[in-house]
Design a protein around this ligand. Structure first.
Ligand code: 5GP
Length: 194
């Protein structure tokens, strides 16, 4: 690695608009690359292997852990493992920051490992009710998975104050503008220490 990594980690309860914000950010700042995680969860119908996630079975996932290819990993939902490939972060720099969309624990461990090279951003929904409504409208959840995601959301919100910043996503344009400014500022900070 010739330069120091520059990392932005975005975390939010599923359905709080994080994916939309991440896409919007990369349109505004095309030098930002997206870290493609590994996961054992089944692909949704619109998802592409190698683009949304590296979909793998448990054996392949555990091999990746044993070979030290994952920077961090978590069992985010019972039986569903997710992990960040080391290569995604190692390839980043102030000119080419990487954006990680990972869960609370993953976010905090990446921060602990890379310190100031990492900006942790928590995207909060305006309320838990809004979140539930958005998840229902998305149509990807059964009653059972919706309940699991809502329980998880409450837990994740309780850890928001351990992040560098929280953005409440009640207005997408405003949230995106705030997110973009924060990332530009972080890139400048990475540049200063590179
Ligand atoms: P989903 O199943 O909705 O795509 O993602 C579920 C959760 O897993 C999200 O909160 C997402 O941020 C998290 N996640 C995705 N990739 C990773 C990863 O590499 N590491 C960790 N710790 N969490 C991840």
């Amino acid at each position: 690695m010739s330069s120091k990594p520059c990392v932005v980690v975005v975390t939010s309860p599923s359905g709080a608009g994080k994916t939309t914000l991440a896409r919007g950010l990369m349109e505004r700042l095309p030098q930002v690359t997206f870290s493609v995680s590994a996961t054992t969860r089944p692909a949704r119908s619109h998802e592409r292997d190698g683009y949304d996630y590296h979909f793998m079975d448990r054996t392949a996932f555990h091999e990746a852990i044993e070979q030290g290819r994952l920077l961090e990993y978590e069992e985010v939902y019972p039986g569903c493992f997710y992990g960040t490939p080391c290569s995604e972060v190692e390839a980043s720099s102030a000119e080419k920051p990487v954006l990680l969309d990972i869960d609370v624990h993953g976010a905090l461990s990446v921060k602990e490992r890379y310190g100031d090279a990492v900006l942790t951003v928590f995207i909060a929904p305006p309320s838990l009710e809004t979140l539930k409504k958005r998840l229902r409208e998305r149509g990807t959840e059964t009653d059972e998975t919706l309940a699991v995601r809502m329980t998880r959301a409450q837990y994740e919100l309780s850890l928001a104050d351990r992040f560098d910043v929280t953005i409440v996503n009640d207005d997408l344009d405003k949230a995106l503008a705030a997110f973009t400014r924060l990332v530009e500022h972080h890139m400048a900070a990475c540049e200063a220490v590179a």
